[in-house]
Design a protein around this ligand. Structure first.
Ligand code: GLN
Length: 495
């Protein structure tokens, strides 16, 4: 069996039939990391001994005929901002390089209970600020399809790890696209759940009203499996919601009558013509399966990026106040308290973190609060209203009375770009998030699915769903994947 391309559903079956064992799977992952992680920098730490020890435990339990939990013996990568008890969690930042998690994030706990093996922590942009995984204190992650290119960000380590076959599945976090965009740029599936579906307890916060933990995998069915395990109400996160976490058996053969909205504002200048063509081909595959394609309008789309880049830094500036060399971080030499704050934060935060702290502090300061932060919140409400209307049949020309079930857009305006290309140009970097941030502002679920290639680099399409309707996204995704094989392509990786 090819461990580098197998889905977790396949791995589960192979363990059940005795074709393989958890030890063999973990060994295969370790071997693959040995060979490739040096060049890709996807994992910043691998829990080799622990992973092997757990694999042995699960194999023994299986051999003893015990009843096993759903993810027994399956290795999973976890982004460096999700706490795993006893391990370093540094959020890609120097300031947290000495921080060891004293407790498990709820998602980590639920995964462990379900039998998953936490394999290691993956690289990320510092505090999840970025779209390329270049702002990490551990250096950039490389795109497995072309190691001169970025893997997207901020969860680029998790995306590269799954795309390169280092692990079958990984967790990321998505504040403005950080699961969907790297999934798109590395040719895998990435889901950002509805705000509130997955507990944020134990996730190092970037912007608390936007953050959601998401999943990377090779197909939609694997995502469903992980979502069932990690989702649902958690008393430790007041924003988490009791949902029916059971995703019914995915019916991949039938999307007849599914109403797919195509927002005209997402297909405009600035996007690569070839990317557009791939997404339109994907639309046609869905149409052929009986989906109804409806043009809709989301009129406030053009303000989304501006609103996001006020709200996100505002919340980030407040969340990052605790990293001060007193509560967190190794203090720099200083003679006064103020000097300690200034020196520690100056030395241990990277450039992008500083930029956003400055932006956010400015937007929240008295005198500017109404002009920036409050205005951005008003825009956010308008954006949410646009989606509400689309999902209830009131979204603009041609769509009166036709409520859509999902909305189809590109995930990213371009394929992966060269490492360094946008690094010194924050505005251009921010523009890469143009198709993903609205989903976070509106708190909706979104999935990116591989839908072809441009210049040998993967292209992703995004499906956006109604709140808590991940099921429809996954069903449409599973249908699409039963008709196409983009998700089965893997990079050559002759590194
Ligand atoms: N690229 C976006 C940003 O830089 C999104 C980050 C994220 O989702 N964590 O803020």
């Amino acid at each position: 069996m090819n461990f580098a391309t197998a889905t977790i559903n396949e791995l589960k079956r192979a363990m059940e039939t005795g074709e393989t064992t958890s030890v063999e799977i973990v060994k295969a992952c370790l071997g693959r990391c040995e060979e490739l992680n040096g060049a890709l920098n996807a994992f910043v730490e691998i829990y080799q001994d622990e992973a092997m020890a757990q694999a042995r435990i699960w194999d023994k339990a299986r051999a003893d005929g015990k009843e096993l939990p759903v993810l027994a013996g399956i290795p999973i990568g976890v982004k460096d901002c999700i706490l795993v008890k006893g391990h370093t969690a540094s959020a890609g930042s120097k300031i947290l390089s000495n921080y060891k998690a004293a407790y498990d994030a709820t998602v980590a706990l639920r995964l462990k209970k379900a039998g998953a093996i936490i394999f290691g922590r993956t690289n990320m942009d510092e505090f999840a600020m970025g779209s390329s995984t270049e702002t990490s204190a551990y250096g950039p992650t490389k795109n497995p399809w072309n190691t001169n290119k970025v893997p997207g960000g901020s969860s680029g380590g998790s995306a590269a790890a799954v795309a390169a076959g280092l692990v079958p599945v990984a967790l990321g976090s998505d504040t403005g696209g950080s699961v969907r965009q790297p999934a798109s740029l590395t040719g895998i599936v990435g889901l950002k759940p509805t705000y509130g579906r997955v507990s944020r307890y134990g996730l190092i916060a970037l912007a608390s009203s936007l953050d959601q933990i998401g999943v990377f995998a090779r197909d939609a069915k694997d995502i469903a499996l992980i979502l069932e395990v990690i989702g649902g109400r958690d008393p430790r996160d007041a924003t988490s919601v009791e949902t029916d976490v059971t995703i019914p058996e995915l019916i991949s053969e039938d999307i007849k009558g599914l109403k797919i909205g195509i927002p005209k504002e997402y297909f405009m200048e600035g996007m690569d013509a070839e990317v557009r063509a791939r997404v339109e081909e994907a639309r046609d595959v869905l149409a052929k399966g009986g989906a109804e394609i409806i043009e809709i309008s989301l009129p406030h789309t053009e303000y989304a990026l501006a609103a996001y880049y006020v709200i996100m830094p505002s919340e980030a500036s407040s969340n990052l106040a605790r990293f001060d060399g007193m509560r967190y971080g190794k203090p720099e030499e200083s003679s006064t308290l103020e000097e300690r704050y200034v020196k520690t934060r100056s030395a241990q935060f990277g450039r992008e973190a500083k930029r956003r702290i400055l932006l956010g502090t400015y937007a929240l300061s008295s005198g500017y609060y109404d002009a920036y932060y409050k205005k951005a919140l008003q825009v956010r409400a308008k954006i949410r209203e646009d989606f509400d209307k689309a999902f209830s049949g009131k979204a603009g020309p041609g769509s009166a009375g036709q409520d859509v079930d999902v909305i189809l857009t590109p995930t990213s305006p371009s394929v992966a770009w060269d490492i360094g290309e946008k690094f010194d140009d924050p505005i251009t970097m921010y523009l890469a998030d143009i198709y993903t941030v609205s989903v976070n502002l509106a708190g909706l679920p979104g999935i990116s699915l591989p839908c072809g290639f441009v210049d040998n680099l993967p292209v992703g399409m995004q499906l956006i769903g109604k709140p808590f309707d991940e099921y429809t996204l996954l069903r449409a995704g599973a249908y699409y994947q039963s008709k196409t094989d983009w998700h089965q392509q893997s990079p050559g990786l002759d590194i």
